[in-house]
Design a protein around this ligand. Structure first.
Ligand code: BGC
Length: 553
């Protein structure tokens, strides 16, 4: 066997090897030159040359985002407008044309933690719908079982009758699963229906308009409790709806169960709205009695603030576009600047605008021929992405990078991530400041030394700095002699509805026992409903499966 040395000495072999080495070297040089040329002319290099690592010091980007900024002076102006709109909503002379409807809810007593009993609750407020079985035990303990059902688009946009049939079917399925008796005494049910309703009693409410993407026909101006009860009765389910509750009211109640200073309920989720405890003599539209307590919870429906054009001077072209492409153009103007249903879309539109101006994803624009990616799809940037992006701290941008890749952006650069995060921060901060200023109007109006605000909703819950931004703004806007507190009201729409239903049910049963002592009150309608039925014994308390027992927050 010849050794390597012998082989190299071999003349013919050494010339072959030499040619090989020379070719290899030539290929490497050509390859390197091609790569260097590609880098020099390539889109990435251009990106690094053009972008600014600090988006806040890039004048062109700042010019775009300037339209989202609301200084204190602008906010104070907005607060004055809101106060005026609230007065219009509360006064019988102006209520009809007022945007902020300020509906009295007929809920006048606030929970005090002594409520006990078992009720069913339905919670309809967004794309999900929940059925709950709630058991309130002594010492503010709550047992709760719930199941989430999806509301398909076809139902959200279809006939109202189908919506209520679907709700009744889900209720029946839940009761079967939980082994609740389907015959015998009727279960009381609290219905959290989170849409603007003109209440005519605790268990009677006419839908004034749909929001949050719903457009079911045949429901506006109808009594929603009747529609639900008919669907329940059609299925011969032994359930009686005893109260309809807005999610803000449920949130206030659930929080008051623990903290007696609670006077406001706030939702920052798919939609936004607030309710608060108002003195009866301030409610010109009140048509009930003036017995103690001389107060009632007002469902403001503040999402409609600005429908009359009052907020046009702070709206951006992105807000206008979001509005025009919604199912309810011209409506819920304030909500569309704040809530989770729209925030991600505002961010997406700004991203597209910056791309158009060659300020973001530079040099990559031509590569995005694929218009089916989420970036180019309406609603493709979810509001939960805003929270995810803003969770990133430092320079790694791991979350932002993941979000952008999900949106269809290949290899986003550091600068791309920094700019997208900057956009998210500006959009969410504007929303937090608007909500904070509106809350300040309520707190100043209530004017008690200590005011607790019960808050719920996915935006408030999951956004890393929404609460902080809101509080910062409120500290400037709330009168200095008032102390306020924002408290997360865990599952207010479920528990709060249950609380109200238990109180309503107890009240109805007591009225049945002493019909003669019933004086004319706002609950007459409830009395009539119950008189039509044989007085029911209380259904047996059931031990629910998968029960979560906890103390209310
Ligand atoms: C509805 C309110 C509701 C809010 C939060 C709005 O779109 O009009 O009734 O409280 O969303 O869910």
């Amino acid at each position: 066997m010849s050794s390597l040395a012998t082989l190299i000495k071999d003349d013919s072999l050494s010339s072959t090897l030499r040619i090989g080495f020379v070719s290899l070297a030539a290929c490497s040089i050509v390859g390197l030159a091609a790569y260097v040329g590609y880098r020099a002319a390539g889109p990435q290099n251009k990106t690094y040359a053009l972008q600014n690592r600090h988006p806040e010091s890039n004048e062109q980007i700042e010019k775009v985002l300037e339209s989202l900024r609301l200084d204190d002076e602008k906010l104070r102006q907005i607060m004055q407008y809101l106060e005026k709109e609230m007065e219009d909503g509360l006064s019988p002379a102006t209520h009809k044309n007022a945007d902020v409807k300020m509906f009295p809810t007929y809920v006048r007593t606030i929970a005090d933690g002594s409520e006990t009993g078992q009720v069913l609750a339905l919670d309809l407020g967004g794309t999900n719908f929940r059925v709950l079985l709630v058991t309130l035990l002594p010492q503010s303990r709550v047992e709760l079982t719930s199941k989430i059902f999806v509301i398909p688009q076809s139902i959200m946009l279809g006939e109202g009758a189908n919506l209520f049939r679907h709700l009744a079917e889900c209720l029946l399925e839940f009761m079967r699963k939980e082994n609740l008796s389907l015959t015998g005494p009727r279960y009381p049910l609290g219905f959290t229906f989170s849409f603007p309703c003109k209440q005519e009693g605790l268990a009677s409410a006419r839908l004034s308009t749909w929001t949050k993407g719903f457009t079911c026909s045949g429901v506006v101006n109808e009594d929603v409790v009747k529609l639900l009860q008919n669907a329940i009765d059609e299925k011969k389910i032994n359930v009686q709806c005893v109260a309809l509750v807005n999610d803000t009211v449920g949130t206030l109640m659930a929080c008051a169960y623990k903290d007696p200073n609670t006077a406001i309920g706030l939702i920052l989720g798919t939609g936004t709205n607030a309710c608060y405890v108002e003195k009866l003599d301030k409610v010109g539209t009140w048509d009930g009695d003036y017995n103690e307590p001389k107060q009632v919870i007002i469902n403001m429906e503040w999402g409609a603030f600005g429908n009359n054009g009052r907020l046009n001077y702070i709206r951006t072209k992105y807000d206008e576009e979001v509005d025009l492409s919604s199912v309810n153009p011209g409506k819920q103007v304030f909500e569309k600047m704040i809530s989770g249903m729209y925030m991600g879309e505002i961010v997406r539109l700004i991203i597209l605008d910056l791309m158009q101006q060659d300020l973001l994803f530079i040099g990559q624009r031509d590569g995005y021929g694929d218009y089916s990616t989420p970036l180019f799809t309406r609603g493709g940037f979810y509001t939960k992405f805003v929270s995810t992006v803003e969770t990133d701290e430092g320079i790694a941008f791991a979350n932002t990078r993941r979000v952008l890749e999900d949106m269809g952006i290949r290899n986003p650069t550091f600068d791309d991530c920094a700019i997208v995060q900057h956009i998210c921060k500006n959009v969410s901060k504007r929303a937090a400041r608007l909500a904070g200023a509106a809350l300040a109007v309520l707190i100043n109006r209530i004017n008690k030394p200590n005011v607790t605000v019960g808050v719920d909703g996915s935006l408030y819950r999951y956004h890393p700095r929404f609460k902080r931004n809101m509080e910062k703004c409120m500290k400037t806007m709330v009168s200095k002699n008032i102390k306020f507190k924002l408290t997360l009201s865990d599952d207010g729409s479920g528990k709060g509805a249950a609380l109200i239903a238990i109180v309503a049910d107890r009240y109805q049963r007591s009225q049945l026992r002493s019909v003669s002592s019933f004086d004319e009150s706002e609950d007459e309608q409830i009395r009539i409903q119950f008189q039509q039925q044989p007085p029911n014994p209380v259904p047996p308390i059931v031990k629910a499966t998968n029960t979560i027992t906890r103390t209310l927050p």
